[in-house]
Write a protein of this length. Sequence first.
Length: 328
Amino acid sequence: MTYRTAANATFSRRGALAALGALAASLAWAPTAAAAASSSVRIGFQKSSTLIAVLKARGTLEKQLAALGVTPEWHEFSSGLPLLEALNLDNLDFSADVADTVPVFAQAAGAQLVFVAQEAPSPAAQAILVRADSPLKTVADLKGKKVGFAKAAGAHYLLIAALNKAGLAFADIQPAYLTPADGRAAFEKGAIDAWVVWDPFVSAAQRQSGARVLTDGTGLALYQRYYLASAKFAAARPDVLRVLYAELEKAGKWVKQNPAEAAALLAPVWGLDEATVAQANSRRSYAVRPVTPDNLGEQQKIADAFWGGKLLPRKVNATDVTLFRPGA
């Protein structure tokens, strides 16, 4: 057997439709075709999906998957939650890295997904930003202020954790749910007082507009990113998932061992200068590893925080998921 469950799970299709369906309008891509043929793997990714961007730019997956008679198809999304919604609805086969909060929301909604891999913690790769001329100096100063962030993203949990440490509740701020692009525009116009986001957006805001960091995730949020597959695809094509895992692992090592070359490759892909890309990459671990029940502790903390804030439709057991075994 190629994958296993960390605990016996009962998934609710009704819950999935109720919780995920409300987000349908936020999808960045909506296919009209039926499920892809077995000769392709439909991959969803975000701008921050560095390792997928490397593989895509270098043509690595095309070469490795050709031996299996499979061709990758690429579909970009603005953030993680609509990406996993598409995966759950069988509009994708594989999801590039999403922040650790996103699978919690999908799990609460009853999505039948398989955890393929996890990137080791990168707490400094997301932060709470204020403009250079902002009078705000600490997280406590956010009381009563308007804060922009993507709902259910890692930034959402970082904000909750930071507010809690500062003695504030989520109700003490004015939340503004914004995609990274909309968040950047609102931040620069002064429409929000603070912006919580992840790299490369953090580095771009720092270098291009002098944004200041109130706090990053160090000591607050581990920020582990996950790669997932639909349960249907994992059962049908474990061979493809093994190739994806192996190539992601190699790409992660290559980026860390060749920072200048990686920055030169990614700069035109992201539309950023090489120095900004290099700074962003320095904050990510890019250490791809299998997902095990032992390294799901942070997921439980995230689930409990969102449940306590009445942001999940049901309580979540973080180990109640299906895990892929890349070596099987």
